[in-house]
Design a protein around this ligand. Structure first.
Ligand SMILES: [Zn+2]
Length: 349
């Protein structure tokens, strides 16, 4: 329920947090875009209450017919609504900072409640929809609930689509070759020209898709491991796509003669070996795993230990000594979360 405070921030917050006022609100948004939380969303704020005495009465005792169709007959709406107060006077236009803060807050609230969308008049209303007798001006005509609902719903949609570190390695392609090429070319990319990058990306699609591996997982991991094709080991004549055999010891690391014929199959096959236990998989998957093991063996105990991005990290991987890489190098993010973040970037999220 959106409200207008009919006053400035400090005076209103003082009033809303003063027990003697007998009014409160879950949130308060200032014109400068600051969000204050005054009451937990699991608790009741006294913001838009009505009384029931065989019919709805306003707090001042006047009969009222709420417009809100979701109101529960006989139950004070304070008990099942979340209130957001806004600094300012009814009819005053909202500042840009306030609009952005409100949108951010609405998205956060929806995430807490597992709401996937907002609908004006349903789960997004104004105080006047509950109490049109005493509060017809609250929050006022500067608040277009339809637009506010659409904007917040748009903000929620990508969240549902966002790839997390629990994404599986074996999955359909989650992005197009063009999206991947654009991401690599858009940042420093070592000695590789656009033509080479196009060949590499399409090489990954040609190798990964027939064995059920998401090419986006491979490319995002390649980008992470090679610093977007700028690392020493990724340059020709080494062409190492994902730190295979690179331990930090002098000279240690596998070099490949060709991206498409050697490096990419070794990378995709190694990911499959992490995703599938020994003996599992289609003939094509098993063949690619065997080929990849020819470049660098993955011990049997590690086979199938990482069907998801998260488990590629040596921390979350519960099999000792397995895991593609350490989790410590990611600025507080795990190895799998870093790959997921690159996947989301490529998808434009
Ligand atoms: Zn109000």
């Amino acid at each position: 329920v959106l409200h207008i405070a009919q006053g400035g921030a400090s005076g209103s917050i003082g009033w809303l947090t003063n027990p003697a006022s007998q009014v409160s609100s879950h949130f308060f948004i200032t014109k400068s875009g600051q969000i204050y939380q005054l009451v937990a969303i699991t608790d009741t704020a006294w913001a838009n209450g009505l009384r029931w005495a065989g019919q709805w009465l306003t707090p001042t005792g006047k009969p009222v017919k709420p417009r809100w169709p979701e109101i529960i007959r006989g139950k004070n709406p304070n008990g099942y609504t979340i209130s957001i107060e806004h600094e300012g006077k009814s009819g005053e236009s909202l500042t840009q900072a306030m609009v952005e803060a409100q949108n951010k807050l609405l998205i956060w609230i929806a995430q807490q409640l597992d709401w996937s969308t907002y609908a004006a008049g349903k789960n997004l209303i104004g105080h006047g929809d509950i109490n049109p007798v005493d509060k017809p001006f609250c929050p006022g005509k500067a608040f277009d609930l339809g637009i506010i609902a659409i904007r917040a719903s748009q903000g929620l949609a990508p969240t549902a689509d966002r790839i997390t570190e629990d994404a599986s390695i074996i999955a359909p392609a989650r992005a197009t070759p063009e999206q991947m090429i654009a991401r690599i070319v858009g940042k420093p990319h070592g000695e590789y020209a656009l033509f080479d990058i196009d060949t590499i990306v399409r090489g990954y699609f040609g190798c990964a898709q027939p064995v059920g591996v998401d090419p986006l997982v491979c490319i995002a991991q390649m980008i992470h491991e090679t610093g977007n094709l700028t690392s020493y080991w990724s340059q020709r004549p080494r062409r190492n796509p994902a730190g295979i055999g690179v331990t930090g010891a002098p000279g240690a690391g596998v070099s490949f003669d060709s991206w498409v014929d050697d490096a990419i199959p070794a990378h995709v096959g190694r990911l499959l070996a992490y995703a599938l236990p020994v003996g599992a998989g289609t003939p094509a998957q098993k063949e690619l795993i065997t080929l990849a093991m020819g470049y660098r063996l993955l011990p049997d105990k590690c086979r199938g230990s990482a069907p998801t991005l998260r488990l590629l990290g040596s921390g979350p991987n519960k099999v000792d000594g397995c895991g593609w890489a350490g989790d410590g190098d990611g600025e507080g993010q795990s190895y799998g979360a870093r790959i997921a973040a690159i996947m989301n970037q490529i998808r434009g999220l």
